[in-house]
Design a protein around this ligand. Structure first.
Ligand SMILES: NC(=O)c1ccc[n+]([C@@H]2O[C@H](COP(=O)([O-])OP(=O)(O)OC[C@H]3O[C@@H](n4cnc5c(N)ncnc54)[C@H](O)[C@@H]3O)[C@@H](O)[C@H]2O)c1
Length: 451
């Protein structure tokens, strides 16, 4: 396709992308936007990172990172690059040829409905600071935030529409997996879901210079749905294996041994492990974006609802195990017990607390008047959230602290932990990840309840 012959404005932008002198702005510098900024800058583009939180911008410009899993040297690398600027001033959108939207898309706390207010805000800012100021400048706008099928077309298109504008609009969902050392922003294939053909060509030309694999989708809706399907698949399979753990456990059969056996099948089976529930900004949330959209079509989503229910109930089941273990081992009630929760991040080796089942477990234990402390090598202090208002501080990792508690509950199996040290000094352990047995064999089985 000769883009220049069909649309000279798109042709001009394509030429600038190919020469890497198109300027990029990234809205939202969180778990998704910050590594993307690094990848775009490393590809040689001039890029402005914009976050509405001045504390994040101050941290980065002063050389401090708020996302240590990306490497402590990231702020210094960004600050050294003369083609990178960091700001909380959204008016800087004015100078961008390419705008990547990486803002949060959570659920409303009370209704559990999608909250797209940050995407709507981003669209209004792009309209006000970029399009209204330079309407005739060709501009590629990419929504990377996770949304429901149809949202890119419905929510961006009308706000960005201007009689003189040349907007090219794409949904390219971020598939970041924080803490995963095998895959990075550069190596994870990038879906390109365009509003129209030319938008898709421009986005593909841009991302080809930033990531290793670009996967064109025919429409924005296909890319939006693919992202949701990926996370629904995870949510449902995590729920299934958590449910199977309870069913097999009641029969005295160990789910982990069953999974070790099943996983030897070389085809047709993908292993998921049971755990304390689910967390993070994706798996507990994204499925409900599809469920909410389905309701508009009068369609029910029983798999999504059931998976959400099972996974959300896991903390309750763990607290019930704690109650039973304490009673069985010395007749203590939860209200008389001191409990140490190990790992509060929602998954191992990262410092992300969002939607973490550990917070729910701590809150439930406190509702039973248990004395609860936590240790997490990556989260020295929690911050206020939906389930607890008062920040908690991680206690010191020591033999005394392990001995002192009636019960230790392993929620997050960070690689940092010395499992043998833990098993040696703790009085009793509820291990939601099968971590002790995986790392030390059968030696400490008398001290462990697998829950
Ligand atoms: N965290 C993940 O692992 C992950 C993975 C894949 C996709 N996603 C999706 O990516 C999107 C972003 O998630 P995240 O985890 O990076 O969120 P985050 O909360 O870590 O970061 C979002 C950032 O955007 C900023 N922000 C909010 N509104 C803004 C605005 N109008 N203008 C400028 N900045 C604004 C916030 O201050 C915050 O720093 C979400 O849709 C999420 O579902 C997240």
């Amino acid at each position: 396709m000769n883009i220049h012959a069909i649309d000279p404005h798109a042709g001009d932008l394509l030429a600038r992308i190919e020469r890497r002198d198109a300027t990029v702005a990234i809205l939202g510098l969180g778990y998704v936007g910050l590594p993307l900024l690094d990848a775009v800058a490393s590809a040689g583009f001039g890029v402005t990172g914009i976050d509405r939180d001045p504390d994040k911008i101050a941290a980065l410009t002063q050389g401090r990172t708020y996302l240590p899993h990306l490497g402590e040297d990231l702020p210094a690398r960004l600050n050294k690059n003369p083609r990178v600027s960091l700001t909380h001033d959204r008016a800087q959108l004015e100078h961008a040829d390419i705008i990547l939207i990486c803002v949060p898309t959570p659920l409303h706390d009370d209704s559990h409905e999608p909250d797209l207010s940050a995407v709507d805000r981003a669209a209004i800012d792009i309209r006000r600071y970029a399009i209204d100021r330079h309407p005739d400048r060709p501009r590629l706008v990419v929504l990377e935030s996770t949304v429901y099928p149809g949202a890119t077309r419905e929510r961006l298109l009308p706000v960005l529409a201007h009689p003189d504008a040349h907007n090219y609009i794409v949904h390219s969902p971020e598939r970041e997996d924080p803490g995963n050392t095998q895959h990075t922003t550069r190596t994870i294939p990038k879906l390109i879901g365009p509003i129209d053909n030319i938008s898709g060509k421009l986005a593909a030309a841009f991302y080809k210079q930033v990531v290793q694999h670009v996967v064109p989708c025919r429409t924005a809706e296909i890319a939006e749905s693919a992202k949701l399907v990926e996370n629904i698949y995870r949510a449902v399979n995590i729920a299934l294996v958590n449910d199977l753990k309870g069913i097999l456990g009641a029969m005295g059969i160990d789910i982990w041994e069953v999974l070790d056996a099943a996983a030897t099948k070389p085809f047709g089976f993908q292993r998921f492990d049971p755990g304390p529930g689910f967390g993070g900004h994706c798996v507990p949330i994204d499925p409900f974006y599809l469920a909410a959209r389905a309701r508009e079509f009068d369609i029910e989503t029983p798999f999504i609802e059931l998976a959400g229910r099972i996974n959300r109930q896991m903390p309750l089941a763990i607290v019930e195990s704690a109650r039973q273990v304490l009673l069985a081992r010395g007749g203590r009630e939860l209200s008389d017990a001191s409990i140490l929760v190990l790992g509060v991040a929602y998954k191992k080796n990262i410092a992300d607390l969002r939607e973490s089942p550990a917070l729910e477990i701590i809150a439930l234990l406190r509702e039973h008047n248990a004395t609860v402390r936590y240790h997490d090598p990556h989260i020295p202090r929690t911050w206020p959230g939906r389930r607890h208002e008062t920040p908690l501080t991680s206690i010191e990792w020591s033999e005394e602290n392990l001995r002192e508690h009636d019960l230790v509950i392993i929620v997050t199996d960070h690689d940092w932990y010395d499992w043998r040290f833990l098993a040696t000094h703790a009085r009793h352990i509820i291990d939601t990840r099968n971590a002790i047995r995986r790392h030390t064999g059968a030696e400490f089985l008398h001290k462990i309840t697998l829950a």
